[in-house]
Design a protein around this ligand. Structure first.
Ligand code: NCD
Ligand code: ZN
Ligand code: ZN
Length: 346
C-alpha cells in the first residue's frame, strides 16, 4: 500500500464558530492540524484584541486532553478599526492577522468594510508591524455577476491595496479563478493565496447539474472546471510557495443549508488533509503535498514549521452522512462518498 509521511500541516483559513458548535468540530481540526488561522466572523465579530483573546481561550478550553493544536487568532476589520486597535492586536500574543470582509460579501460580513479607504490607517499600522492582511476577495456591487466578483475585486480593490502598501503581507483567501491564480503568481512576494479542498476537487457542475445541491454552495462560488478548477490544481501543485493550504471549512447546520435561502459554506475539517491528498494524487503530484500543506504557510507568516510528522496511506474509506453539530447535524464534504487517502493515527 502506498503511504507518505509529511510534516504535520496547518490550516491557514478555518471557521470554528463558537459555543456548542465550536465544541462539536474543533477536535477534527486538532486531530490533523498543528495550527489554524481562525476566522473572526462570529456574531458579534471578533473586533478587538480583548475579544480575540477570549475566543482563543474558549477554543483552547474545548480541545481534547493532550492536544497541542494552536489557534492563531484574527481581527475582523470594520470601517471603525483604528491604528490603535491594530497596535493592541499586534501586542496580543494570540493575534496573527487581520481580515477584510467587504460588507455583505459573505456569511456574517454585515459589519465588514464598506470602502477600503476607511481602513487605510489600520493597513498602514499593519504594514509597519508586519501583520498580514487576509482578504475575502469579492466585490459586492449588485451589478457584478456572482461568478465575476473575485476577478473584479482583483482588478479594482486588490491591485490598489498592493500598489498603496508595497510592504504589506497579503493573503487572498480561498481563491477560485484562473484570474486569481495568475495574479498571485505574478504579484510581488508579499502577496500569497490559500486554496480550499473543495475548489480543487469540484466545480459548478457538481452544484448545479441534476438539481441544486446546497451543500456545494460556498463563497466565492464554485467556478468552471476549465479554466478555473484546472488553474487552481496547477497552482496548488506548482511548488510555488505563494500557494498554501486553507480549508475554509465552514460548518453550518444542515437545515440552514437545505433551505429556500441556503447559507454559504462547506464543511471539510473531518477529512481536510485526506481531501487535499486525493486532489494532489489525482493530478500525479502527491510529492508536492508537503510544501503546500506544511511548509509554505508557516514560511509566509514567518513562523516555524511543525516538528511532528503525519502518515497518509492510500486507502479508501467512506465519509459519514453527517456529524453531530451542536445537537443538530452538519453534512460534511464528500458525505457518503469515498475518499482514497487516510491519515493514520500516530
Ligand atoms: C464562510 C462561513 O460560512 O463563515 N462561508 C463560505 O462560503 N466560505 C465565510 C467565508 O469564508 O467567506
Ligand atoms: Zn470568505
Ligand atoms: Zn472562510
Amino acid at each position: 500500500m502506498k503511504s507518505i509521511c509529511i510534516i504535520k500541516p496547518d490550516d491557514w483559513h478555518l471557521h470554528l464558530r463558537s459555543g456548542e458548535a465550536m465544541r462539536s468540530v474543533v477536535g477534527m481540526s486538532a486531530a490533523q492540524m498543528g495550527r489554524a488561522i481562525v476566522m473572526p466572523n462570529l456574531t458579534p465579530p471578533v473586533k478587538s484584541a480583548v475579544q480575540a483573546r477570549a475566543y482563543h481561550d474558549e477554543i483552547v478550553r474545548a480541545l481534547p486532553e493532550g492536544s497541542v493544536f494552536k489557534p492563531l487568532m484574527v481581527l475582523y476589520l470594520t470601517d471603525n478599526t483604528s491604528a490603535l486597535d491594530i497596535q493592541e492586536a499586534v501586542e496580543a500574543s494570540e493575534v496573527y492577522a487581520a481580515k477584510l470582509y467587504p460588507a455583505g460579501a459573505t456569511t456574517n460580513s454585515e459589519s465588514g468594510v464598506t470602502d477600503v479607504s476607511h481602513i487605510y490607517p489600520a493597513l498602514e499600522a499593519m504594514q509597519k508591524a508586519g501583520m498580514p492582511l487576509l482578504l475575502h476577495g469579492e466585490v459586492t456591487d449588485p451589478e457584478v455577476d456572482v461568478f465575476d466578483r473575485e476577478a473584479v475585486f482583483i482588478d479594482t480593490t486588490l491591485s490598489q491595496i498592493v500598489k498603496d502598501f508595497p510592504g504589506l503581507k497579503i493573503v487572498l483567501e480561498h481563491i477560485t479563478t484562473k484570474d486569481a491564480a495568475d495574479y498571485v503568481a505574478s504579484a510581488p512576494k508579499n502577496v500569497a493565496a490559500t486554496i480550499t479542498p473543495h475548489h480543487l476537487l469540484v466545480n459548478r457542475n457538481h452544484m448545479l447539474v441534476g438539481g441544486i445541491k446546497p451543500h456545494y454552495y460556498c463563497l466565492p462560488i464554485l467556478k468552471r472546471k476549465q479554466p478555473h478548477q484546472n488553474a487552481l490544481l496547477a497552482a496548488a501543485t506548482s511548488a510555488d510557495p505563494k500557494f498554501f493550504l486553507g480549508t475554509d471549512s465552514a460548518p453550518h447546520d444542515k437545515h440552514a443549508k437545505e433551505s429556500a435561502c441556503g447559507c454559504a459554506g462547506i464543511f471539510s475539517a473531518h477529512a481536510a488533509i485526506e481531501l487535499y491528498a486525493m486532489a494532489f494524487d489525482g493530478v500525479g503530484a502527491i510529492e508536492r503535498l508537503e510544501g503546500f500543506a506544511s511548509k509554505f504557510g508557516p514560511d509566509f507568516y514567518g513562523l516555524s514549521r511543525n516538528s511532528e510528522i503525519i502518515t497518509l496511506e492510500k486507502q479508501s474509506w467512506t465519509v459519514p452522512e453527517s456529524y453531530d453539530f451542536a445537537g443538530s447535524e452538519v453534512q460534511p464534504f464528500f458525505s457518503g462518498d469515498e475518499i482514497t487517502w487516510r491519515m493514520q493515527p500516530c
